[in-house]
Design a protein around this ligand. Structure first.
Ligand SMILES: C[S@@+](CC[C@H](N)C(=O)[O-])C[C@H]1O[C@@H](n2cnc3c(N)ncnc32)[C@H](O)[C@@H]1O
Ligand code: SF4
Length: 379
């Protein structure tokens, strides 16, 4: 049977953060009820394709804020998944969490239902920055959430940390990462703030109400964070992800290795049999169709061999281990070395790429300008 990742999108938050354009809206009890019914139906509908063909070895609850909904409903969704497809007994089951919705009661219930990895949105430990970006928690709440998670027996914990925030400096980053690591967190997703169109911070920048850090300060914050993580045995395994050995996120690795996954809920994506599906980001129609048991993934695109190949190169080069030549050559039945000779040679000459055994990967310098390098492999 083939391996499969499962993504469940929970499109609710208590309040929208000023930088975020993930598909989510304000939570209420009525919407949660309707949504869970529709979600259960979508999973049931897919079971025909999945049962007997796949075994799920990762499940990921993302959002939005999955911890905002009742833990009984999370349990119900896990039960639906188990009815629809075989779940590996060692599956990684992750849950994204906002510090202020991570109660002890929730944590104990998650543990009992088999959730074994938490990803907590810490973002910063500077109260002024947290307020400015519209978070519903302060630094004490953030550290409290990590402590509660550890007390409840979770040891596989990720913290999301953001840099490049207006007003933030290198000391903020160093202090936050040092404190987070000293608590025993094993994984950090270290994101550079990107102003997304339509968000309040995007609009504020347009009218000069906020000023983004310049490129040099952005890099300084990145290097400062990376240095502390590396000194503490947190290895970079992807452009934005660092972890202790063995704590890499198995679910996210599936995206970067072009493995199969199926996503449920509005705005969720799937990649299965070389076809990319996406559910429209529309909760209302999702619930209406889902409640009459008639949910269809409306957007799909069969990737051409060339698209698949470019995507594979782009995703593999995000990983510090890079692209394995034998895997590539087997998968696409062509020689990477011959097909991309010109591009690779120029990157090697400019010290942006390097060979490591049968892998070709970006150097630290290459990682810094990964978009430029990846573009050179475009069809
Ligand atoms: C779905 S949220 C995580 C869980 C939860 N909703 C929370 O925020 O606590 C995903 C993560 O993406 C990152 N993120 C969201 N928007 C971003 C942006 N515009 N630029 C950089 N990182 C962003 C944040 O670090 C956030 O924690
Ligand atoms: S960052 Fe997280 S909590 Fe904030 S709006 Fe986005 S999904 Fe919701």
């Amino acid at each position: 049977m083939k391996k499969l990742g499962i993504y469940i999108h929970i499109p609710f938050c208590r309040q929208k953060c000023n930088y975020c354009d993930f598909y989510s809206m304000k939570w209420n009890d009525g919407s949660e009820k309707k949504y869970i019914e529709a979600l259960a139906n979508e999973i049931k509908t897919q079971s025909k394709e999945l049962k007997g063909n796949y075994v799920a070895d990762t499940i990921y609850f993302g959002g939005g804020t999955p911890t905002i909904i009742k833990h009984d409903n999370i349990k119900r969704i896990i039960d639906c998944i188990r009815d629809a497809v075989e779940v590996d007994k060692c599956a990684e089951i992750s849950m994204e969490a906002n510090p202020n919705t991570l109660t002890l009661e929730n944590l104990n219930a998650y543990k009992d239902m088999g959730i074994n990895r938490l990803s907590i949105g810490i973002q910063s430990l500077n109260d002024e920055i947290l307020r400015q970006i519209g978070r519903i928690h302060n630094s004490a709440d953030a550290l409290g959430a990590i402590n509660r998670a550890l007390e409840s027996g979770f040891e596989n914990i990720n913290a999301d940390v953001m840099f490049n925030i207006p007003g933030q400096n290198v000391c903020d980053i160093e202090e936050a990462i040092t404190k987070i690591i000293s608590r025993g967190v094993k994984h950090i997703s270290f994101y550079s703030l990107k102003l997304e169109k339509g968000t309040s911070m995007y609009n504020m920048e347009k009218i000069n109400k906020i000023i983004m850090p310049d490129e040099e300060s952005e890099r300084e914050m990145y290097y400062a964070g990376r240095k502390i993580m590396e000194r503490n045995n947190m290895f970079q395994y992807e452009i934005s992800n660092f972890s202790n050995m063995g704590y890499e996120c198995r679910h996210n690795l599936k995206y970067w290795k072009q493995e199969e996954y199926v996503g449920f809920g509005p705005s969720a994506h799937s990649f299965i049999n070389s076809i990319r599906y996406s559910n429209p980001p529309d909760l209302k129609s999702y619930c209406e169709n889902g409640l009459i048991n008639n949910y269809e993934r409306t957007i799909h695109e069969k990737l051409s061999e060339q698209d698949r190949m470019f995507e594979y190169i782009m995703l593999s080069l995000r990983l510090t281990e890079g692209l394995n030549l034998d895997e590539f050559n087997n998968k696409f039945d062509i020689s990477f070395e011959k097909t991309f000779k010109a591009q690779t040679e120029s990157m090697l000459k400019n010290l942006l790429m390097e060979y490591s055994g049968r892998n070709v990967r970006l150097t630290k310098k290459g990682m810094d300008i990964s978009n430029y390098v990846i573009e050179k492999f475009l069809p």
